[in-house]
Design a protein around this ligand. Structure first.
Ligand SMILES: O=C(O)CCC(=O)C(=O)O
Length: 263
């Protein structure tokens, strides 16, 4: 039931594609209620293919194992610090309806604060349990604070768990470079769970199926998980994952590591 519901939502957006304002209005209200919305055909197959090749080249030549994440076989399954190693990620999102969506949900001062890359395939397979995305990348995570928690370093970059007030003003764009089918480890989300403290048994589970070029917008507080891809399938499931925040300033003297505004 989750799958057909996700497809119906995507079809509704497609019908409205002639009117960008109403596409964004519908998506913004869906995100407020359910925590996510899927935008079909934002990028072309040619753009997705070019980015997949360019990222693969960067990661293949990246000597840092904490940035270019690999299996012991050498297969790449993802990357941290995408904004540093693939600067195109700092600008590729600057198009409609994405900018209008972010302005609507985050306000006019929003900026891009972190980029990741995921590549799931039988050679680089993985699954993740239900979770929320709570950490942000900052310049210095050693400053005294009662608001930020659990300082860590990921690929050399200081991170902290952010307070709810900041996470509620964030939005993630997942740009699909490949089709996502029920068999290649789709993301599953619990609709509406971004509004609660914990997932509940009555939450509606939705499987996010997509075409290459589609963009999923989701709140980081939305509970999500994903299963492994089927072993007999040879499709990649590559995703550029970009996180945006509504406000350039952070409390307690903390600073975002990146805050990329639109040109
Ligand atoms: O792409 C996936 O399968 C899961 C990624 C994820 O859980 C995350 O972004 O936190």
């Amino acid at each position: 039931m989750g799958i057909s519901e996700g497809q119906a939502e995507a079809a509704r957006f497609e019908e409205n594609m002639g009117d960008p304002a109403s596409v964004v209005r519908d998506a913004a209200s869906q995100i407020e209620i359910s925590g996510f919305a899927l935008f079909p055909d934002v990028f072309s197959p040619a753009e997705c293919a070019a980015w997949a090749v360019a990222i693969d080249e960067v990661l293949t030549n990246c000597p840092d194992p904490a940035t270019s994440l690999r299996r012991h076989t050498g297969a790449i399954y993802g990357a941290r610090n995408l904004l540093d190693i693939f600067p195109t990620a700092q600008t590729l999102w600057q198009k409609e309806p994405l900018v209008r969506l972010m302005t609507t949900l985050l306000g006019s001062r929003f900026g891009l604060v972190r980029g990741l890359f995921f590549d799931k395939s039988p050679e680089s397979n993985w699954s993740l349990p239900w979770h929320q995305d709570l950490t942000i990348a900052v310049l210095d995570n050693t400053l005294p604070t009662t608001l930020f928690k659990n300082p860590t370093r990921k690929a050399g970059v200081p991170h902290v768990e952010a307070p709810l007030e900041i996470l509620e003003q964030m939005l993630t764009l997942r740009i699909h470079l490949d089709d996502v089918t029920p068999d290649n480890g789709p993301l599953r989300v619990l609709a509406g769970s971004h509004l609660a403290n914990a997932p509940s048994a009555s939450d509606r589970e939705v499987t996010i199926l997509a075409k290459g070029g589609d963009v999923l917008a989701m709140r980081p507080l939305l509970y999500h998980c994903s299963s492994s891809a089927s072993a007999d399938l040879h499709l990649h499931r590559r995703i550029i994952h970009l996180e945006f925040a509504g406000c350039p300033e952070l409390p307690d003297g903390y600073q975002w590591r990146h805050f990329v505004t639109r040109a």
